[in-house]
Design a binder for this molecule. Sequence first.
Ligand code: ADP
Ligand code: ZN
Length: 718
Amino acid sequence: MPAPRIAVLLPRPLDGTYDYLPPAGANLAPGDIVRVPFGRGQAIGVVWGEGEGQIDEARLKPVGERLDMPRLPEELRRTIAFTARYTLAPLGAVLRMALSVPEALEPRRIAWVYRAGAADRARTPSQRKALAGLGDARMTAAELARSAGVGAAVVKALIASGALVAEALPEAVPEAPDPDHPGPDLEAEQKIAAADLAARVERGGFGVVLLDGVTGSGKTEVYFEAIAAALRAGKQALVLVPEIALTAQWLDRFRRRFGQAPVPWHSDLTAARRRDLWRAIARGQAPVVVGARSALFLPMPNLGVVVVDEEHDQGFKQDDGVIYHARDIAIARAREAGVPAVLASATPSLETLANVDSGRYARLTLSRRYGAAAMPALAAIDLRRDPPERGRWLSPVLIEALRRTLTEGQQALLFLNRRGYAPLTLCRTCGHRLQCPQCSAWLVEHRRRGRLQCHHCGTESAKPTRCPECGAENNLVACGPGIERVAEEAAELFPTARIAVVSSDTLTGPDSVRALIARIERREIDLLIGTQLLAKGHHFPGLTLVGVVDADLGLAGGDLRAAERTFQLLTQVAGRAGRAESAGKALLQSWQPEHPVLAALVSGDRDRFIAAESAERRRATMPPYGRLAALILSGPVEARVAEAARSLARAGPRIVGVHVHGPAPAPLSLLRGQYRYRLLLQAPRDVAIQPLLREWRDRNALPNGVTLRIDVDPYHFL
Ligand code: ADP
Ligand code: ZN
């Protein structure tokens, strides 16, 4: 009888598993995390099942050891397998997202902290300063040196002399949120929705429910009750948000409701903290985890509910590495775990609404704002009739509304989804446009820093004084507005207003977001000027006017979802206004206010907009009524990429109803020095496109120097 073989999956971009023999004296089960000999070294992997027996037993090596960690839950392993099948990513690449903290699998390295010991042993003034700076606290040596402003040698001397006493830093275990901590009283409509969600979680079993509530209706407070139900049942909750940096207010509210913070999962965690939290999560000691995409594959052993907040947000789509949509995979994970998924949004995606229409998803509605707050009044400003002055961006109508708001001591927000000062710089002498040398994109001026930046590859340079093309001196001119330029105009108009410019350039992490929000709440800011970072989720009671500088911006270019995305974004931005007692107003500057998207926004008729947009998609067999996959070929030699794309197109699937569009140069035809061509596969909904794509890809070898990325359900068409 041959010895049983074990298939081990490694967290590497490979599809297959490797066979091993079981280690002496140990019984392994699927999900066990093991160390195995691999190549000349060792690797950590996960037992995936039984081996296939194709390799001669004599050549097989035994598994090294089973690591002292809980098994990866079966539902997670099935989610990983589903993700790989759906996105066509290598199975091991998906596993790598689940084992994202390799240090967590190794024995813990002890971290030392220090507390004050014998004070008389501090001899020099800087030693005494460091000791005084420590007080009663406990710090690592590096933290102490930094906070006291002394060199590492000073701290070392204190340790040597016994003036500092070392303690091992205990492994961090999060405190459990308390579902019975008294929370806010819910309103009648909120109560009904909350009870429904809680009942679903208690019952268990998979199902998707859309929590469809207008901005400010209290969706968060309502889905907190689904989380509470999971906690009462001794289970865990996973909450996905589009951007963890923006959750400061969310975390405060969670703490108010549950008396404890949840575990936030984000890239700003220190390595030690990240490791401890990952282990706590794997052991089931982190009852609630909130995070962006990267939290999706955390190994929570006993999930009770999955929540996706702002489910429509395109931030859930991951575009590099494994290309997936976190909302869709979150639903898959809930299905594999057999638990409910809750999707919350004021502007649900067409995908989700189509599933509600077909009866696959349930819907709970919150039709009004919480408390005394009313929905903001929306109006368009027709720039053809009330244009800004030459070289300016704010219409007299908007300026007047801003003046009134500021005079009344209220706060206002100007929204423009464009970072920097100007999106284009050109030479007045020869017309040359300053372009990124690596990308087919214009360089964006960031005047505060005196730099030009490519927003696609990040390349930066100083702003030249002469035209690189014709050499003309001091004749480069900024074209179009970014938020810095709007801020310049606003500062001239309202010299006494306290203005804050907000974008990913000024907000660099959770702390700076928290600080900004505190300043807004304390009314230390009168006028906010910002990008979409400000559009989402925030609740500023003093904010009563929202001005959209360029409501037409997202409609240009016209990809599949341009109208939907613009409708969602502008609804969300407008939804920041009037969230407390004072009525709010949103003004949309547009050159084409009769455009269906803007007309629908102003009339407040979401359903009509959705119906029209759905009909259009249905007619064109586009998602959610058709299937789409993008194939993007890239490489450093354009002719080769183009030829590879043409030959791939010729070999495309020949099936009735399935179309291959292209190849065509991508709109961003050069990115980081790589030429890019696109193909699009379009199919009716009832065609499973993954097998077609897989066969198409595997049958056609690519020439050297050309790579292919497949994006199933593409959201970005650059
Ligand atoms: P949404 O997510 O639907 O836009 P939020 O959940 O942000 O709405 O709620 C808007 C504001 O109203 C928040 O400050 C929230 O704390 C508050 N709120 C909502 N419902 C209640 C309630 N029942 N009691 C107290 N405050 C509430
Ligand atoms: Zn570039």
